[in-house]
Every structure is written in C-alpha cells, then in structure tokens.
Write a protein that binds this ligand. Sequence first.
Ligand code: GDP
Ligand code: IMO
Ligand code: MG
Length: 433
Amino acid sequence: MKVDVLLGLQWGDEGKGKIVDVLTPEYNVITRFQGGPNAGHTLEFDNYKHVLHTIPSGIFHDTINVIGNGVVIDPVILKQEVEKLKGRGVTVKNKLYISKKAHLILPSHKMLDAAQESLKGAGKIGSTLKGIGPTYTDKVSRNGLRVGDISTDDFMKKYNCLKDMHKNMLQKSDVDNESFPDGTKFSEYEKLWFEGIEEIKNLRSIDSEYYINSCLNEGKSVLAEGAQGTMLDIDFGSYPFVTSSNTICAGACTGLGVAPTTIGKVFGIFKAYCTRVGSGPFPTELFDETGETMRKIGREFGATTGRPRRCGWLDLPALKYSVMLNGVTDLIMMKADVLNSFETIKVCTHYNYKGKIIDYVPYDINSSEIIPVYEELKGWNHDLTGIESYDDMPSELVNYINFIEKKMNVPVNIVSIGPDRTQTIIKKDLFIS
Ligand code: GDP
Ligand code: IMO
Ligand code: MG
C-alpha cells in the first residue's frame, strides 16, 4: 500500500482539516507529519464545529491517528485537545499514537518565540507564537527534547538544562522572561506543561516509523495530513516569512519515516481565492471592498489566533509552483461558495516582474515589483447549496475549474461548497483504481 498525502498549496488554512475528515473513511491510518499547534484545522458536522491543532483530523472516526516524528508538540495544548474531545464523547486512548521521536515545545521555547518576534520589530514574521521556530531550531542544533525522553530517568535534568540555556538567551533580550505577552506567568504555564507531560504518559508512544511501514506492508492505507501550506515551506516558501518545517510532500517522508517510493496520491488543496495570515508577500492581496467581502463571507479569521486573514484573488503562478514542488496528482478546490455572489472573478495568470511578464515565482518574492496580471472570468452568481455532483454545477463554475485544470495540468477532483462535511463534491471514481 501507499501513503497518500494531503497538503496545502497556498499560505495555509485551505481547509485541510475538513477534507481529511471527509476522506478518513477511505483510510486505516491518518497521520500528521510536520508543524505543531501553529496549525488550526476546522471540522464541521452535525451543527458542530471543532478545531484541532496537534491531533490528526481523522480522530472523529474509528481510525488510528498518528502524530509523526516530524511534528512538534506542546503538552499543554495536546492535553487541552484531548480533554475537549473527551467532552464531545471522543476517547482518544486507543486510537491516538504519538511518535517517540516527536519534539517537545517547552514553555521557554514559547518565550523565545515572543522575544525573537519582538526583536524583529517591523520585520516580524507574524508568528502564531506557539514556540514552533525555537523548537525546530533546537531539533536541528541537536539540543531538543523528544517524547521518548519523558520516560527516561534523567528527563528532569534534560528539561532543566534546556530551560536554563533558554533563560540565558532570554536574559540577553529586553523582554520580560517571567510572563508571556498575554500576561500568563511562566511558572503557571510550566505547571500546566508538566500536567501535559503526565497526559502524554497516558497515551501510546510508539516507534511510528516502524508502525507506519508495517501498516503499509499489511495492506493498510495511510493518509498523511499536512499543516500550513507550500508557500510557508521553510525552503520554498516566501522566506523569511515562513514556518520552520518542510510543509511540502517531501516533508511527509522525513516526518513519518517512509520512503519516497511509498508515496501514492498527492492531494493538493487550495481555496478558490487566496488568504494569508501573518506578515509577508501576497501579490494578489486586495485592500478594497472585494477583499473585505471575501473575508466576511468566507469567515476569514485565523482558527488558531483569531487574527483577520488577508484576502485576494487566486494566484496561478504560485499555485503552479506548489503543484510542481509537491507532484500533485489531484487538486481539491475549497470555498467555491464564498464567490457565489461575484459577478466576475479575477485570476492572476502571470506576474509583471520588473517590466517582464513571467509565469513563475521569482527568487525575490518579497519584491514590491511583482504586479499580478489578471484574466477576468464570468462568475456563477448562483447559490451552490444542494449541489451534489459535477453534473449539477453551474456552467461558469465548470469553466472556472476547467480554466484552473488547464493551467495546472492536474484535475480538480474534489470541490468544497461549504464548511460542513456534507458540502463536498467528489468525482465519482476517485477511489476506484
Ligand atoms: P486548515 O488549516 O487548512 O484545516 O483550514 P482552517 O480550518 O484553518 O480554515 C478553513 C476555514 O474554512 C474553516 O473555518 C472551515 O470551516 C472553512 N471551510 C472549509 N471548507 C469550506 C467551504 O467549502 N466553504 C466555506 N464557506 N467554508 C469552508
Ligand atoms: P494551518 O495548518 C496559516 C503562519 C503564521 C506566520 C508564519 C510563521 O492551520 O494551515 P509560526 O507560528 O509557524 O512561527 O508562524 O506562518 N502560519 C500559518 N498560517 N495556517 C497555518 O496552519 C499556519 N501556521 C503558521 O501566521 O505568518
Ligand atoms: Mg488553519
């Protein structure tokens, strides 16, 4: 069997959580491979909305969910997620496994995140301040603490050693290192953190690379759920305005311990328009009423931080770049319904970069000299409620999809027309091979 991968092609928040939940019945195992609680994946069903940060989006089904080695975990947030699920009648004990090699986000990593952002001043990344960057930094500089360390005799010694190192670094900055920007005291958070560690002890820590590979050998199907999006990838995103992990398909291999030859379908998910939260370049961003309309109708406010998302038209040069980097086999278009009331829809097909018309993402993506070149298509101007198949779609929506498919050379096999599980149109033969 193969590992199918579902990942974001834009700047995150494409709707990954919703579609993973929808596709879960097709799979035996759902697994996250990178990122951490900077992610906010929203699931809606039965008039009920749930946001997941660390736990894979297959948790509402009878499926095994694995937090892979490439993920960074804040025990405080993980415990809150487990408790919230319990409140909804979902017991994770027998269906949530955690890689022993996943790294832990310490309270002092969160402190460092805040200090580093504050030092950047106007050039700040707009981080979610969940400690992601400092935790991955410690992983790469070989200082990190991992889930598997929790059960070792010298865990406290390792924890204190790393915390002291961070405190030394913090003393050199002028930020208050006794409390977080939201006023929470460090000591209070640390107490919660150790309660979270106790929760992790109650969950199943495994050698997830062996587990996932043995699942494949036994003929079980695996879906890997990406976090963030390709344009936030540490190598290929709009650096330095990116997150600190490889969000692209290659990240699934290192973040799970599976060989490149095991990768099957690559589902690339994008919104029918674009959004971005945090700082950094966004060539098609709209600062006018149209952008405001997208934000309002699309409820474009961050699932993790509540920040308003920046909105703009679909950016095909960036989408094509993402399709290339990930080897996307199937496209998934989200939030088509948000454009229901638009008479016309613009699509950026090229950039005017320093006077030259190009269709690729230039190295200097932060340049203010990238001006989008648009084509305008007729909108469907039609409520999509109740549409259940491709055949029932208004012709303008079909044209919009065909236009994108032609430019990407990849089929759009799923279209989402609302936040609920049921508001999803899937091509009939998608899972018949
Ligand atoms: P993720 O991080 O990629 O999982 O996406 P988020 O959950 O952060 O953001 C997607 C938002 O769009 C959530 O509020 C979803 O409930 C919502 N959503 C998902 N699909 C659709 C859709 O087709 N239409 C509308 N209107 N909302 C959607
Ligand atoms: P999901 O999985 C959207 C953005 C932050 C910031 C930058 C770096 O829900 O799609 P970090 O906290 O990683 O240091 O922030 O990346 N960012 C996201 N934007 N969706 C996300 O996750 C994001 N995770 C991080 O806003 O600009
Ligand atoms: Mg999100």
